[in-house]
Design a protein around this ligand. Sequence first.
Ligand SMILES: Cc1ncc(COP(=O)(O)O)c(C=O)c1O
Length: 281
Amino acid sequence: MRVLAMLDGTLADADGPLVRADDLGLLRGDGVFETVLVVDGRPRELGSHLDRMARSAAMLDLPPLDRAAWERVTRVVIDAWNSPGEMALKLVHTRGPEFGDGTPTAYALGLPIGAKTLVNRVEGVTALSLDRGFDPAIVERAPWLLLGAKTLSYAVNMAAMRYVEAHGADEAIFVAADGSVLEGPTSTVVLVEGTTMRTTPPTSGVLPGTTQGALFRAAEQAGWTTKVEPIGRDDLDGAEGLFLASSVRKITRVRVLDGVTMPDSAALHRELSALYESEYA
Ligand SMILES: Cc1ncc(COP(=O)(O)O)c(C=O)c1O
């Protein structure tokens, strides 16, 4: 099932034409988006997603988001979604048509969660580390690279996913030119040693993950130590727990990294999943 609504709240035919051929989101990937997990009619981390979309839009000099309208359209799609289970809700905001009056194209699209994602959540994944080709020091110096903005230009991220799949793995973990760990093409890296959880800082050019944020919040409440600090690629080898977090993945464990089997983190995965879910109990 799929549900589509325009930002003004009107439902539209999810199978019908929607975006003009000259829309800059389509022509140049010039726009921003979010994917929100909805469980039992409740959107998870909607506030954090809208905060991040507003930040991304500001980085692209797009008009400011109408937050109340996004909250309303989220509700419209959720109310029209009459299928059991979870929904991935895409919020899309482009620069609109070329030579237009600057009015963005903006809509919300509810989709089911992919079958492979559901299997990976349970079974864990194999991952390959891939060079991302930039040094974190460039992030501040070159704002035009839009590192840390969630733009519609995901062709590189999707190419990385195809690359790892062609090489027999499920997921990629990007590594910066200085050997530090960045993020997955659509996920945040979380590393666990003892009762400490770590993730890469947004200053390295990664997205601040809403799922990782929820997990760290719950973990801190439960007495864990959380650290947002650079992580070296070597730190991942043999780690007690290596996880990829994202809205649709939730917390997925990495079983094999670069062909090497990691320590069994099934029990740790159950613990982290319970912490994450406790945020929505
Ligand atoms: C590049 C990137 N990093 C991290 C994430 C994880 O973010 P979230 O937990 O908010 O879904 C995503 C989500 O798709 C992403 O695209």
